[in-house]
Design a binder for this molecule. Structure first.
Ligand SMILES: Nc1c(C(=O)O)ncn1[C@@H]1O[C@H](COP(=O)(O)O)[C@@H](O)[C@H]1O
Length: 177
């Protein structure tokens, strides 16, 4: 199947952060491609990719980068497709630099920014973008949401059972120890 989502990143060293995006897409059966592109290091290649993306059938781009993370914004400038940015935490500044570089776009050039290191949510958001015009995919998203809710209920029950076993499940008044 031709890819619908382009997962791109400024360096191959970003892959551990971006792999969960790929896994999320795979869980929903959404075909994707993966590339290393850099607004800084391969500017023309990045522009060529962005310019051709929609015509090749891609529908969403997920772009991860660290530090001076200009890749998502530059892609958004050069494609009409929705771009989801993923800020990568590097050794210094804990990813705040990447987050601000990606999220503070000028009006007219939107990038949907997920949390620092939020590769999985970026993949899930790409699925939702596609699901807006795909009934079968939307039904799969609804099943995913129901499963997530069920897992929280199960964890609630497991925690309460564990605390009851400890004899520590006694209701307490807020502010008392
Ligand atoms: N932020 C960007 C861009 C860009 O925005 O064009 N190109 C590479 N990078 C980032 O540089 C970091 C270090 O890269 P290396 O590990 O290759 O030195 C990576 O997180 C990459 O996304």
């Amino acid at each position: 199947m031709d890819p619908l989502v382009g997962i791109v990143m400024g360096s191959d060293t970003d892959w551990p952060m971006m792999e969960p995006a790929a896994q999320a897409l795979a869980e929903f059966g959404v075909p994707y491609e993966v590339h290393v592109l850099s607004a800084h290091r391969t500017p023309q290649r990045m522009l060529d990719y962005a310019g051709a993306a929609a015509g090749r059938g891609l529908r969403v781009l997920v772009a991860g980068a660290g530090g001076a993370a200009h890749l998502p914004g530059m892609l958004a400038a050069a494609t009409p497709l929705p771009v989801i940015g993923v800020p990568r935490p590097l050794d210094r500044l804990d990813g705040l630099d990447s987050l601000l570089s990606i999220v503070q776009m000028p009006a007219g050039v939107p990038v949907a920014t997920v949390s620092i290191g939020g590769g999985r949510n970026a993949g899930l958001l790409a699925v939702r973008v596609l699901a807006a015009s795909d009934d079968a995919l939307r039904a799969a998203v609804e099943r995913f949401q129901a499963d997530l809710a069920d897992s929280v209920v199960a964890r609630d029950a497991a925690l309460r059972a564990r605390l009851a076993g400890d004899g520590s499940d006694t209701p307490r008044t807020a502010g008392t120890s």
